[in-house]
Write a protein that binds this ligand. Structure first.
Ligand code: IVH
Length: 670
């Protein structure tokens, strides 16, 4: 068929325009046209290609929505094998890696390219004369599967490169994965249509990539990040230079990649990414260290199936299998009844876990967790461990589903559930010892009155022994009472009394938060303190006045009013005042004794963090960054070439910290 010149030109222009919009959307995160306009361009190109099939070239963006299903995947032999990485599970193992590298190269210091270890699937992309022609899975490393139509649907994989690099062929390697937000949306759709949910983004991505029908892959919204070139070496001298080249060609590369020096640099990067991890849009399971110089990489070579020049430093696994020994319920501070799975101890997310929350009755029913089940437990960061799902194949034959108790297991009061809530509650109020204990623990917690040493075991003894009923009673405790308790040496008793004494001098925000008013978290407490400036004014405020505070709606206002209408609570507040508690009235905002909500000044160049990153980490924890050093400054974070700010800090006696201390401080305060 003869194709008219103008049509050929229009198709060509549309292809280019659509791919440019894809690039802006998926690579730069800066879309520049409305979705509807994009759809119009896309449909026009589809129309032309239907009329003139010869114009449907292998780099056409219309292939991004998928092609007719395949009968099976063809095998692809990898010209360069796809190897795996050796793992380091501790700082010691990372240190040993650096030592091996230095010894083999006979040098004192090595520069490393460091990057996140994506938790997805390794793939290889082949370009011929600048056009994407074949994509394959890793398979066994020697032979993989041809998943080209599926990979064409991955919007961030360029279908055509701006230049035909590497002569005839270029093979880029990297990872296919799913962003967490796309994963959540996908599972939302699965739930809505009554279909099975995916376990994690990795499984969802793997399932998506191995669809014979690439139209299904297209809907999974997979992403790609490049981390290596199999051939040729793109005439780069270092790994980081090579990634820069790939980036220039339109391949997404990790924004968090860096180059660092020596083992200190490696461990600093590990700590930093550990902190940033939760904020990344995708899952990672560690970081990868690579000797940066490519000639040194070659010199180091490979041992069996892994390179000697690189290693993956893994985070502790966040998901593990274990067994449910039994299920019981916990009573929270506001009486909320939470079903909890008692587990055979399992090491997950860096700690040994023996309990995992099942959230509420609806969740428990949905997951249908039973005693005797084998389950997947997840603990990510500081998040409370939870049961992700049951391994149904391993369910013992006679298992029975759990029924929620109708009476509080602690105080015997009725458990009630209002129709508009998912949570069931013990109706015992502060008559219930469990609620009293939780209220005390909350009062003493770090962001409340920060009473160090007043932990669960001690609170149990204080409540069970009738020594303490309300927070105010804590301040009447004496040395004799405390040191008479189980496993309480005189020294620890003294420490607790000292901590209690310190907590007498606090802030209005902390007191409001510590009272444990339902629906009043730390940030609402901050707003209330700033708005009313004194506890008395807050206590007198009516619903209207309360709702004038930003972010306080009718529900929160009602909880606050109910709290202060309860004579028992007024008694507690009076008790606290009588016990000598003072809080700065009228100032509200300044945090006197928090370890996190402090004022930082940044100066000089830090070894691995940029200023923006440090700034974001501080603010994420409620701290502030100020431009100049004064007596109010809590920390000066100083890097190389720190100037007058450092001198000023020294002259004022302000604490100066380096990046290492800073990261530890941030880690300890998540
Ligand atoms: S480099 C010679 N860099 O980890 C090996 N791999 O255990 C080249 N992975 O199969 C791999 N992120 O799927 C490299 N930044 C990264 C990576 C990465 C994830 C995966 C990759 C590989 C596995 C090795």
């Amino acid at each position: 068929m003869v194709i008219p010149g103008p049509v050929r030109k229009e198709a060509e222009a549309l292809r280019r325009e659509i791919e440019e919009h894809n690039r802006r959307y998926y690579l730069l995160d800066q879309p520049s046209i409305p979705d509807a306009e994009y759809d119009r361009l896309f449909r026009r190109l589809q129309e032309i290609e239907t009329g003139f099939p010869e114009l449907a070239l292998p780099d056409s963006p219309t292939l991004r929505v998928g092609a007719p299903p395949l009968a099976q995947f063809a095998a692809v032999a990898h010209r360069v094998p796809m190897l795996s990485l050796n793992n380091a599970f501790s700082a010691g193992e990372a240190r040993a890696f650096d030592e091996r590298v230095r010894k083999a190269l006979q040098v004192d210091q090595v520069e490393y390219a460091v990057e996140p270890k994506f938790d997805g699937l390794a793939i290889s992309l082949t370009y011929r004369d600048g056009v994407f022609v074949q994509g394959a899975t890793r398979g066994d490393g020697g032979t993989g599967e041809d998943v080209t139509p599926n990979l064409r649907t991955v919007r961030s994989i360029p279908l055509r490169l701006p230049e035909a690099v590497g002569g005839a062929a270029l093979e880029v390697r990297g990872e296919v994965l799913m962003f967490r937000r796309d994963f959540d949306a996908l599972n939302g759709r699965q739930r809505a249509s009554g279909e099975k949910e995916f376990m994690n983004p990795r499984n969802a991505a793997a399932g998506g990539l191995r669809q014979l029908d690439s139209r299904i892959t297209s809907r999974r919204l997979l992403r790609f990040f490049a981390y290596a070139v199999a051939e040729p070496d793109l005439s780069a001298k270092t790994h980081s230079e090579m990634l820069d080249r790939l980036k220039g060609m339109g391949f997404p590369v990790a924004g968090e990649r860096e180059t660092v020096s020596g083992i200190e640099g490696l461990l600093g990067y590990f700590a930093k990414i550990g902190v940033l991890r939760a904020k990344l849009p995708y899952a990672i399971d560690g970081v990868v260290y690579k000797v940066n110089r490519l000639d040194w990489q070659q010199q180091l070579g490979f041992v069996s199936r892994a390179p000697r020049f690189a290693i993956a430093h893994k985070f502790p696994a966040e998901e593990e299998f274990t067994e449910v020994i039994g299920i019981d319920v916990q009573v929270g501070r506001t009486g909320a009844i939470t079903p909890v799975a008692r587990l055979k101890p399992v090491f997950v997310g860096g700690v040994t876990v023996t309990n995992a929350t099942l959230h509420n009755e609806d969740e428990l029913r949905r997951k249908d967790v039973r005693a005797g089940d084998t389950v997947i437990v997840r603990r990510a960061g500081d998040v409370i461990p939870e049961v992700v799902s049951v391994v149904m194949e391993k369910r013992p034959p006679q298992s029975v589903s759990f029924s929620m108790p109708v009476q509080c297991p602690v105080c015997g009061s009725a458990i009630t559930k209002s129709p508009d809530e998912v949570v069931a509650r013990c109706s015992g109020g502060l008559f219930c010892a469990a609620q009293r204990k939780q209220a005390l623990l909350h009062f003493a917690s770090r962001r409340a009155l920060d009473i160090e040493g007043l932990g669960e075991k001690l609170v149990d003894q204080l409540v069970d022994g009738n020594l303490v009923r309300t927070p105010a009673d804590l301040y009447a405790l004496g040395l004799a009472q405390l040191s008479g308790l189980d496993r309480m040496a005189e020294k620890s008793a003294e420490n607790i009394l000292a901590a209690l004494d310190r907590s007498r001098n606090t802030t209005l925000q902390r007191v409001i938060y510590a009272l444990g008013i339902r629906n009043v978290g730390e940030s609402t407490a901050r707003d209330l303190a700033a708005h009313f400036g004194s506890l008395d004014r807050l206590m007198e405020a009516g619903l209207d006045a309360l709702e004038r505070v930003p972010d306080v709606g009718p529900v929160v206002a009602k909880s606050i009013r109910q709290f202060f209408d309860e004579p028992h609570n007024l008694q507690v507040i009076k008790g606290l005042r009588d016990a000598g508690l003072v809080w700065g009235e009228g100032e509200g905002r300044r945090e006197a004794n928090s370890r996190v909500s402090r004022i930082f000044v940044l100066t000089g160049t830090l070894p691995t963090l940029t200023r923006d990153e440090a700034h974001a980490m501080i603010e994420a924890r409620g701290g502030k960054v100020s431009g100049s050093v004064s007596k109010k400054t809590d920390y000066v974070l100083a890097g190389d070439d720190a100037g007058v700010k450092l001198d000023k800090a020294k002259s004022l006696g302000v604490k100066v910290i380096d990046e290492g201390e800073f990261l530890r401080l941030m880690e300890g305060s998540e």
